[in-house]
Design a protein around this ligand. Sequence first.
Ligand code: TMP
Ligand code: MG
Length: 297
Amino acid sequence: VLAIWNQLTKSQVPELSKCSVLMRDRSSVEETIHAMQRAGAGSLQVISDFDMTLTKFAHEGKRVPTTHNILDNRLLISEDGTKKMRELLNTYYPIEIDPSRSIEEKLPLMVEWWTKVHQMLIQERIRKDLLAQAVKESKAMLRDGYKAFFDHLEEQQIPLLIFSAGVGDILEEVIQQNQVFHPNVHIISNYMDFDQTGALQAFQGQLIHTFNKREGALSRAATLRELQGRPNVLLLGDSLGDLTMADGVPEQEHILTIGFLNDQVEERKESYINSFDIVLVKDETLDVPNAILRYIT
Ligand code: TMP
Ligand code: MG
């Protein structure tokens, strides 16, 4: 029976045969996809990271900005702010993706990175009314196939939870400007808090960084009414920390995790294959998630 199923998946999700696709256990992926297909759209939710998962990592050889890096615009921050932000990125990003350090070791350093950047942004008193313009001027870019992804989920009334350690206000603006901020989209992220004059004075709520998404999943995602009664999860991320985004889903049945391996490919390949069900190597598209969604629902 399994052999027939395998054939079925091969013909119905041919994207899984792309050479950028790596799987630790192909037959278990196929079984999960079939189980999700049998359960249907009504049992499914999609939980996705934002930066470098729904957005591209690079385009035409240049890095695409994350939501934080979109703020690196003279409209919003001074030259000193820019300098500070880039220094911090150069210090902490290599730590974030360093395969030789444990998550426990990275945790306090990520808190340090986010805290320093947020303090700088508050000092700069970023203006709310200029955010949309900064996003327009930026090279922010969603992955190819994003429209099919967002539109299909809306059509099938499948909730999409975007769970981001980036900046929520910017993330919203990016999907808004790409016309895919549909009513089935829910967001958990770091949101800015503005004073009465429209200047940034703080960030709201508990800080979310790359490696504490589990806490947010338990305290916040678990309480979202729209996600209730949907035990099957398609999870998309680009960091090992993203794997905990579904930890708040009660009575989980089937989960399929897809990891984008964008950077430090050789060094991180093994850990990604061991951690995600499907690994997409230097794939700037949403073709594989789209093909799976189209088959399941
Ligand atoms: P994500 O959870 O949506 O992927 O957002 C987190 C990413 O943002 C993470 O990979 C690191 C990145 N980041 C920057 O690019 N610049 C910054 O200043 C900070 C604090 C994070
Ligand atoms: Mg990310």
